[in-house]
Each structure stands twice: as structure tokens, then as C-alpha cells.
Design a protein around this ligand. Sequence first.
Ligand code: BDR
Ligand code: CA
Length: 327
Amino acid sequence: MGKKLRIVLDVDTGTDDAVAIMAAVKHPDIELMAVCSVAGNKPIENTTENSLRVLQALGSEVPVYRGCAKPLVKSITPTRIPDHGGTMTVVDGKEFHVHPEYLNLPASGRSYEELPAPAYYVELLRNAKEPVTIVAVGPLTNLAVALIIDPSIVKNIERIVIMGGGAECANRTPVAEFNIWADPDAAQWVIHCGADILMVPLDATIKTAFTKEDAADFRALGTFCGDFCADLIDLRIDADRAINPECPDNNTAIHDALALLAAADESVLRDVRRVRCDIGLGDFAEGATLITHSKEFLTSEFTKNVSFAYSADKEAFKAELLRLFMQ
Ligand code: BDR
Ligand code: CA
């Protein structure tokens, strides 16, 4: 085996973020250097504590750096609700959450690090002797702040893998995916920072959605990771059905874990194209991933800036997660 991939995982844990953390800790080809939390699915207190809980349950001492509590710009609009709308409902007095306030794991016995996440990025990437891969599966605020403080840190970024966006899919507004919508200004900053960018959008993640039968295969492993992954799949399907009883789908995409696995081995993705991508910053297009198709606009100044996965291989994704969660 070659050298391990040095990864920082940026999360808003989050049920699918939790699966990504487990996969990162268990992956034999990954050295998980740190977990950075950010506000997104839940406020920063929750996403930080949830990340610590998952690591503790795995017996991992990977440090957690607490990140930004608000997006770069959008929170100055007082009426903008920052969380993931439409992920909770009450049926017959019972609450269903796609992302519970706190994951159903023992409270963490340790704290996050003193350095805030953006400061950690600046320090790490200024001094890194070897390049670092950043897998960002929440809003991109931490990385944007770090890049604003010191744009030269790009030189030590191997690649940024982003779970976010959608060419033909959306989940937060009719045109926007949640992670990008939550902080569109940060996303626009990050995807134009000059680093190698791989986007794993909804177009790819929904191709890998798991059913309750898939959950049973994870449970059959008889391990903590298998059980917890199965619990989270079941919880997400039950919540989706309670929230949207009309929806014919009986499955759930574990978005963030696909991005994490793609960082280690891109073969879980399909139809990855080099495109020009920008982010809508206002009005109806706020948070939309805008792909430029017209060749006449692609000039030496307006260049293709990201690799964008239009699809993914569910069986490869599932087989790899099962392999990682066997222990
Ligand atoms: C993304 O939004 C969050 O709810 C998930 O954790 C995932 O990162 C999917 O749109
Ligand atoms: Ca997430």
C-alpha cells in the first residue's frame, strides 16, 4: 500500500456526516488529521458535540476544531432561517428528524480544540510539509474564511472534495442544494480559490440511495459501525416518509459518505466532467450551482474550475462501506 491520504473532514454532523466520519476513521488508506465543525444541519454547538460523539464511540482521538457559527454574509438578513428546512415533522405527537439535535450516542467526554477551525486551516496549510486533502460536507464557511485570511494556503491543498450542489437536482429550494445554499458566498469563494476541486453533488449522491434492505445488510455485520449506519439509514427513511408521505421513494442518500469515499477512490463516481461552475448569490438563484454550457463564454479568463460528478455507482459505494464497517 502507498502513502495514506492526509484528510481534514469538514462537517455539520448531521446523520450522513456521522457515516462519513466513521468511514474516514475506518479507512485504511486515510490518515484523518482533524475534523472541523461548522453550523449547518444544526447550530455549531450541536454539530461539534455530534462530531465528538461519533469519534468517541469509535475510540478515536482525532482532534475536533470548532468552526463558524454563521455564514459569511447571508446571516445579516434577519429573516433568513439558516437550518435545513423541511427536515422535521410531528406525527401523532412523535417527532421525526432527518438530523436529530443530538445523535443517539453517549455525550462526549472531551472538548474541542482551542484554535477555531479557520485558524487551524491557516496554521496547518501554511506549515504543511505534504499536501492535505480537504473533504467538506457542510457549508463551506470555514474554508472560505481561511482562504480570505491567507489565499497562499492553496499551495498546500492537494484537493478539495465538496459534497454540495446539483445540476439537475435540488433539496433546499427549487434550485439549490442545502450545503451551497447555507453559505453561497463561501461556496463561490472556495470553488474559485485555484485548488483542484471535485464536486460530489446531489446528481451523484441520489444514485446511491439506500433502502431498509440495505440497512439490514449493514446491521448484519454485527459491528458498532454497521449497527449505527443501519440506525441512521432507517431514521432518515422514516423521517423522510413522515415529512413527505406523498413521496414515492423509500430510500435515503448518505450524501456525505459518498464524498468521503470519492476522495480516497474516485471510481465510486460516474460521469465526472470538467465544467465551469459558479454559485447564484441572490434572489431566486441563491445557492444554485450554475454550470456554463455555452462554449463562447469559456475563455482564458472564464475557465473550467471544477470536476463535477453527474452520477455514481451504488453497488461500489455500498460494497466499500460494508468493507470499512466490518470491524
Ligand atoms: C447535504 O445537506 C445536509 O443535510 C447533509 O448532511 C448533506 O451534507 C445534502 O444536501
Ligand atoms: Ca453534511
